[in-house]
Structure formats: C-alpha cells, structure tokens
Design a protein around this ligand. Structure first.
Ligand code: ASP
Length: 467
C-alpha cells in the first residue's frame, strides 16, 4: 500500500490507508489509546481499541517522537468529537496495524508545544527538533513558496537565474570580508562575497541584460541584534533601464508576494498602507522623520499593516569625519545624477545619486541604484573615497578594464529575503525564518562552528596561529 499524508485522509473516508510519521502525543482515555500522528502536513488522530490485544499493547508502549507506520481505516468522527482546530479534525484512523520504525529519546523540549519561551540556545542546538514544531516548519515552507513566486515572476519577465562564485575577491559593501586561505597559492586568500555586486555588473558587460539570483551573502560584522554573518539576498541587475523600471519591477513582485502569502497561510491577513508604494525624498525623510527608514504605518503596532516606501534622491556621499574622507551612501558603484556630475570636483557632498532604498515598517529591506558604467567616472569616485591609484588597480582593475569594452548602462537592486520574510510572517527575529541560523555572536550551535581544525590542515594552508 502506498503511504498517504495526513491531510489526504479527509478525502478517504471509509478507506484503508497507510500513514507514517512521528508520535506527536499519546493519550490514554479509559480503555482507548489515542495518538496524534504527525507528518510534514500536520496531524491526524489514530485510535487503538483494546479488542486487538497485541496491537493495543504495542500502542501502549509508544512515546512522543517515536517514528511509526500505521495502517487503518479512515472513519468520520462522531459530531461532538470533531476538532475544528485540526485540518483533519473531522476524521480519525482506526488502527489495524502498527509498526515502530524507530524509537526516540525524550526530546530536550516539547515538540508539541508552540511557545517560543524555550531557551533559544537549546532550540538552535537541537534545530532539527525545533524544526519539527509547527510554527517554524510553516515559516520554512512559506519561505520556499515566496522564493518560488520570485523565481516564476522573474522567469516570466525574461530574467535568467545565474550563480556567481562564492570563492571570489573582496566585493566591498561596507563590512569586513570572510577570508578563505588558498592551499595552492600560499599566502593568498579568496573572499566570500558580501554581495554579488561586481559580478552581476560584469554580467551586464557580458550582455546578459537581465539577471537575478537568490544569493547567499557573507559579511563579517560585529553582530548586533538581528544580523547574521550569512544571509540571503534576492539580487537583480538589468541593462538599458531607468530607475523607475527597477522600482516598478520590484513593486509589482512584492504586491504579488503579499497576495500569494495570504493564500499560502490562511491565518495571515495583510493590508497595504500605500498602493502604489510611497516615494519619499531622502532629505524629506530625514527632515520629517529623523531617519532614512521611517515606519509609516498608520497603526505602528499592527504587524499586518505593510507600509512599503521608496526612499529616493539620496546624496552620493556622506562625510566620514573619523577617516577624513567621503563615504558612499550606497556603494562605490552607484551613479551620480548626470546633472550633478560637475559638482564631483567642487562640492562632492552636494552630488545626488541614483540610489533607491526600499523600507518596510521602519526596516530597510532592500536597496539598489543605477550604476556607473564609464571608467573615468568610476575612477573619480574611487579617488574621492580615498583609494590610491595602486589600490584602485589592485582591487578594481578588472571592473575598470571591463568598462572599456562597451559596458551598457545598467542598474539593479537587492532585497533581504530574511528580513522581508520576518516582517511578512510577523516574526520578531530573522532567526525564525532561517533554517540553521547562528547565534548573536556568530556561532552555529548545532554543528559547533567555528571550531578548531587539525594542525595538519593548518600546515597545509601555511597558517600559524599566533596566540
Ligand atoms: N549589492 C547591493 C547590496 O548588497 C545591492 C545593489 O546595489 O544591488 O546592498
């Protein structure tokens, strides 16, 4: 007999079925034993009656989280026994056969309870058990569906999904790089990408025209609060476009995601504060709200209200008083506005850029820009942010050279998938939408990483630990 899933039982009244999964809870009511059997789709009640003694005894030995296979008949539950909190609450299985596929130790926390009050370190150490719990599992399934919506939408719009390398060269996005030593080239290092920024721009030079990627990015920052050293961006780049083309593309996609979301999870209801999204000048945002990430919800306490707003007309630079130099507001590849180009030499702080950030309920969920595609301008920006000639050649020679071979005008954006999902799913932390997140101080408690390595490995890599 072929196994079916718990949610399929409702269409199989009167039929014999086979189910497999975990014992969620076992209850003995007088002479009857009930178990809630759990699989990836949910729960179903299984009933064991004392009439079959061997089966009954076996059922009586079951403990939470044991893995079992049950064959039995799907029966309609009598009216007053219907449980409308369960998808399968109108039916139950009268067990005929039971096989124990595996036993389990008592888990370190209750799987059947939904609360988050359990110590988070324990949840991360036993993430495979935490993921058995309904809420987290649901978040991960919705994450899959949202990413599927993105992929389908982008494919329809003529974009190709392309993978850029993970072992690459530093791609500055304002954070420290994670470095990977090269065994074959002693003393040399790869950097993990902070974002696929330069690579996606090179794809535009290559004539790909419409690129996207669900890209893992790595930033070695002093972790605060809700940051993760690795995170996922929905990364986009397009050629021959204007700022409004990128913004429209993303806005329509987000509207589709919100619409799909309430179909994926019927318990969610979402309402948009602005449709179309609000567009706010950077200066106005600062003047009116004192921040470039204002929370523009009418009811700031309502997580079901979504206030998407574009922040536009950014300055190209801000002054870094500590280092006594200009810093890019977005990144060094962002294009100045054409009409402000002449100010680059005289009043760089007055130059406006073609940057656009997307803010949702007071959190920045994405940002992008029209890029520089001419060598001369790019070199000028590098110099303004304090890079020396040799540094420019060493760090960015490849990009500058590429710009000399017919680089098209281009631009793009990246959205933080983790943050977006956190907000859409009314979660307080991005760890609630990531399969295997790290702790606030960057530790993977499940795999126990980072960890010491074999001295042999270090030797091969020509690395000596100095302390
Ligand atoms: N690479 C940028 C970032 O990670 C996004 C972009 O400009 O496309 O913020």
């Amino acid at each position: 007999m072929k196994r079916i899933l718990t949610n399929q039982t409702i269409e199989k009244c009167g039929e014999e079925v086979k189910l497999s999964g975990w014992v969620h809870v076992r209850r003995n009511h007088g002479k009857i034993i009930f178990i809630d059997l759990r699989d990836k789709k949910g729960l179903i009640q299984v009933v064991f009656l004392p009439e079959n003694n061997i089966l009954y005894k076996l059922a009586n030995s079951l403990r939470s989280e044991w893995v079992v296979e049950v064959i039995g008949k799907v029966n309609k539950r009598p009216g007053k026994m219907v449980n409308d909190k369960m998808i399968t609450g109108e039916v139950e299985i009268k067990a005929k056969e039971l096989k124990i596929l595996n036993r389990a130790k008592t888990p370190p926390f209750e799987i059947a309870e939904e609360g988050k009050e359990i110590n988070e370190e324990l949840r991360l150490k036993y993430r495979y058990l935490d993921l058995r719990r309904q809420k987290l599992k649901n978040n991960i399934f919705i994450r899959h569906k949202v990413i599927r919506t993105i992929r389908r939408y982008m494919d329809k719009k003529g974009f190709i999904e392309a993978e850029t390398p993970i072992l690459t060269k530093s791609t500055p996005e304002g954070a420290r790089d994670f470095l990977v030593p090269s065994r074959l080239h002693p003393g040399e290092f790869y950097a993990l990408p902070q974002a696929p920024q330069q690579l996606k721009q090179l794809l535009m030079v290559a004539g790909i025209e419409k690129y996207f990627q669900i890209a893992r990015c790595f930033r070695d920052e002093d972790l605060r609060g809700d940051r993760q050293p690795e995170f996922t961006q929905f990364d986009v780049e397009m050629s021959f476009i204007k700022q409004s083309d990128v913004m429209n593309l993303i806005e329509k996609l987000l509207l589709k995601i919100v619409k799909d979301l309430i179909v994926f999870d019927k318990t969610l209801s979402k309402k948009l504060t602005f449709n179309p999204f609000l567009k706010l000048d950077y200066n106005e945002a600062i003047k009116k709200y004192g921040t470039d990430k204002p929370d523009l919800r009418k009811d700031k306490k309502n997580p079901d209200e979504l206030a998407f707003a574009w922040i536009v007309n950014w300055p190209l630079f801000e002054w870094n008083n500590e280092e006594k130099r200009y810093d890019s507001c977005h990144h060094v590849f962002t294009s100045p506005r054409k009409e402000d180009l002449n100010l680059l030499d005289t009043e760089p702080l007055k130059v406006r850029s073609l940057q656009y950030d997307l803010v949702l309920n007071g959190t920045e969920i994405g940002g992008g820009s029209i890029r520089i595609h001419k060598r001369m301008i790019q070199e000028k920006i590098f110099k303004l942010v304090g890079l020396k000639k040799e540094e420019i050649e060493e760090k960015f020679g490849h990009l500058l050279r590429a710009f000399e071979y017919g680089a098209p005008p281009h631009g793009g954006i990246a959205l933080g998938i983790d943050r977006l999902l956190m907000l859409l799913l009314n979660e307080k932390s991005i760890r609630e939408v990531i399969l295997f997140p790290k702790t606030g101080d960057g530790k993977d408690l499940l795999m126990e990483a980072p960890s010491k390595v074999d001295p042999e490995q270090l030797k091969e890599l020509n690395i000596k630990i100095s302390s």
